[in-house]
Design a protein around this ligand. Structure first.
Ligand code: NCD
Length: 317
């Protein structure tokens, strides 16, 4: 929702499809403004934000924290391994507790797909929920930082040829990105072994071989092979994967001069991408991480706009 004063206001951010294109672009443009001004609050604001990561994370967790501290919010760290989750407490009851003790925003990463549904449906939980990744579901803040990185490069999405390559079926990054990139006018290609490509991708783009499209691409978005979600199901040969689906030097040279390479990271160097290409001129992998802080500032700002508006409405009742 765009407020009367033109500011974006969001109660929660859990999936991408609930955002309009206008809201997505407002977040991207606000993030670009933060990148330009790079503010760092000198005094603490009233609001508390808790980062609740039930799956490992470096970039998402720490860039949310930097974003929160840059904006001056009080950051409450939550360690799943020492919380009452160990006594069998559910996610619902954990977040209910956070809400009861006055946490305004819970940033949550959890292995269960759509874990957030019961949280945002609860009449008792007052905290806003920001999804830092749900299982193989969605990863909205990663999607927004990817959109920001592409927009910085090309200034638009319309007609861009974008390939998403790798572990599609396990990737929440692929899911969020395919929904938004298609809606914003990009032409999508999916590149993956048959067992990682399901019918759900057909609605969004074509299943192709990397070598058949590489010269045409504007963006090559690589995905990490998610070994932790494979549960030892199939034999995996890194060398074979790299040869068929990886960005090798030979393929790098065939990309257009203006093409960019992206990867949400962590990167399996030498598998999805040859080691030294991670920091090559066409790579935006490092820039993506930097942009992650500014996009997360824009998300928190939109959430706080909603909460402040709510407070005002309550006061004026
Ligand atoms: C991604 C994730 O956790 O979904 N990483 C990230 O947030 N930067 C992708 C991945 O783990 O492969």
């Amino acid at each position: 929702m765009i407020n009367q004063d033109g500011k974006l206001a969001l109660q929660h951010l859990v999936t991408m499809e609930t955002l309009s294109n206008e809201e997505v672009m407002a977040l991207v443009e606000n993030a670009q403004e933060y990148k330009k001004t790079n503010p760092s609050a000198q005094s603490l604001k009233e609001e508390f934000v808790a980062n609740m990561f039930f799956e490992s994370s470096t970039r998402t967790h720490k860039s949310f924290e930097v974003a929160e501290r840059r904006l001056g919010y009080k950051v409450v760290d939550f360690d799943a391994s020492t919380s009452s989750v160990n006594k069998g407490e559910t996610l619902y009851d954990t977040v209910l507790t956070m809400s009861a003790i006055g946490i305004d925003v819970c940033v949550i990463r959890h292995p269960q797909d759509s874990y957030y549904e019961e949280l945002i449906a609860s009449p008792t939980i007052k905290s806003s929920i920001v999804n830092g990744g749900d299982g193989s579901g969605q990863h909205p803040s990663q999607c927004l930082l990817d959109l920001m990185t592409i927009y910085e490069e090309f200034g638009h999405f319309d007609g861009l040829k974008i390939a998403i390559a790798g572990d599609l079926s396990h990737s929440r990054v692929a899911k969020s990105n395919m929904i938004m990139l298609k809606r914003l006018g990009a032409e999508l290609y999916f590149i993956a072994p048959d067992e990682w490509h399901t019918d759900e991708f057909d609605e969004y783009g074509k299943h192709v071989q990397l070598d058949d499209v590489i010269e045409e691409l504007d963006v090559l978005m690589l995905l990490r092979v998610q070994h932790e979600r494979h549960h030892g199901s199939e034999e995996f040969s890194e060398a074979k994967y790299n040869k068929e689906f990886g960005l090798t030097h030979e393929r790098y040279d065939r990309l257009k001069d203006t093409a960019i390479i992206m990867h949400p990271a962590p990167v399996n160097r030498g598998v999805e991408i040859d080691d030294d290409l991670v920091e090559s001129p066409k790579s935006r992998i490092v820039e993506q991480m930097t942009n992650g802080v500014y996009v997360r500032m824009a998300i928190l700002d939109a959430i706080m706009n909603y909460r402040n508006q709510q407070k005002l409405d309550e006061e004026n009742k």
